[in-house]
Each structure stands twice: as structure tokens, then as C-alpha cells.
Write a protein that binds this ligand. Structure first.
Ligand code: COA
Length: 179
């Protein structure tokens, strides 16, 4: 367990936590993204958080996968993928913040900010030059959150999930050069 604030800890996710992670994402993903999808996001959660996919992501050697613990309760999760590069960015040392998701009941309480600041400090300590991430264009909360933290637009792609409504398919890549 890593303490990053007196009320916030990061708990490494283990293969035995898969059911817990899946249940958590059913609580988090649909309230934030159901309007993107014809099926309220069930396809996305079932695929992205299938046991097989979680095990693959947990086995990735250059990555860490954490639960976020706030006031002694697991309320979110995210991954950190070291040395994953964003096409078109020249810096050698890049790290990806992957899928930071917090439970609706703990959003807008400063937990996200604390996690991003912690990762930035970690990356600087390890001599990394850039943090980057993907953020859906039509999810205003996440879009504004990263903009306010100094993340800049780099490029975008359109996701090709059949079940995703066409106007919601734009995904932006944001990055921040660390100083
Ligand atoms: C996006 C998310 C990670 C942010 O974490 P959080 O703990 O809720 O955010 P914080 O309380 O630390 O900070 C919120 C900041 O975003 C701003 N914000 C939130 N919604 C906003 C909106 N619609 N418009 C403008 N600013 C907004 C707040 O004003 C605040 O900014 P401040 O620095 O000026 O105070 C979290 O809300 C979340 O998981 N949301 C749902 C899932 C999701 O979309 N995840 C991102 C995947 S890329």
C-alpha cells in the first residue's frame, strides 16, 4: 500500500482482486459514459474488464495497476504504463496514465488531483519527461480536469466500436511536459 495523502492510498491490484475490480467498474463506468453507447456501456465494461484482459494488463512488466483507497474504502482504479510512447512526441522518457476512474460519490473531492500530482512527482523523480493519456472528447468532466492540470491536446483518433454512438467516438490524446 502506498500512502499519497493522509486519506488516500494506492493498493496494487492482484489477480485475486478481479471480481472486485469488475464490480467497481460497473459502479463507475455507466454513470459517466452510458450516454456514449447503444447498450449503456455494457459491451465496453465486459470487454475491457474481462478476466482475460485484466490478467494480461496485470502481467505487463512495465505497468502498475492500482486501486484508489479513500477514507479506507476502495473507490477507484488506474494504471501507469512506463515507457509507452505517444506517436509524434519526440521525448524519449514517456509514461502513460491509463484509465483513471473514480466512483461518482468521491468525484470532485480532490482525489483525482492528488493522484495526478503524485504521478507527476514520481515521473520527475525517475527522470521521465512526459505524461500522456487518452480522454474522450465528449466527457466534459475529464476533459476539463486534465486541461486545468496543464495537459495539452496532441492528437485525436475516432474509436470504431459499433455500439458507440458516432458523435461520441472522438478520443483525444493529452500530454504534459514535466519540468
Ligand atoms: C475525471 C476524474 C478522474 C477527476 O477526478 P476528481 O477527483 O473527480 O477531480 P478533482 O476533485 O481532483 O478535481 C476536479 C477539477 O475538475 C474540474 N471540473 C470537473 N468537472 C468539470 C466541468 N464539467 N467543467 C469544468 N471543470 C470541471 C473541477 O472544477 C476541479 O478543478 P479545480 O482544479 O479548478 O478545482 C474523476 O471525476 C472521474 O473518474 N470521472 C469519471 C470517469 C472518467 O471520466 N475518468 C477519466 C477517464 S480518462
Amino acid at each position: 500500500m502506498i500512502t499519497i495523502h493522509k486519506k488516500i492510498q494506492l493498493q496494487p491490484i492482484l489477480p485475486t482482486d478481479i471480481t472486485h475490480l469488475q464490480k467497481l467498474m460497473w459502479d463507475i463506468y455507466p454513470p459517466a459514459y452510458s450516454y456514449f453507447w447503444e447498450d449503456d456501456g455494457a459491451f465496453y465494461v465486459n470487454n475491457q474488464y474481462s478476466k482475460e484482459n485484466i490478467l494480461i494488463e496485470l502481467s505487463q512488466e512495465n505497468a502498475q495497476y492500482y486501486f484508489v483507497v479513500f477514507n479506507n474504502e476502495i473507490i477507484g482504479n488506474f494504471r501507469v504504463v512506463w515507457n509507452e510512447k505517444l506517436t509524434g512526441l519526440l521525448q524519449e522518457k514517456q509514461v502513460k496514465l491509463h484509465r483513471l476512474y473514480l466512483h461518482p460519490k468521491t468525484q470532485n473531492k480532490g482525489v483525482g488531483k492528488t493522484i495526478v500530482s503524485w504521478l507527476e512527482a514520481q515521473a520527475i523523480f525517475k527522470n521521465y519527461e512526459v505524461i500522456w493519456l487518452d480522454a474522450m472528447d465528449k466527457q466534459e468532466q475529464a476533459f476539463q480536469f486534465y486541461k486545468k492540470r496543464g495537459y495539452k491536446y496532441h492528437a485525436h483518433i475516432f474509436l470504431d466500436f459499433d455500439l458507440m454512438h458516432v458523435p461520441f467516438r472522438k478520443m483525444n490524446q493529452f500530454y504534459k511536459v514535466l519540468e
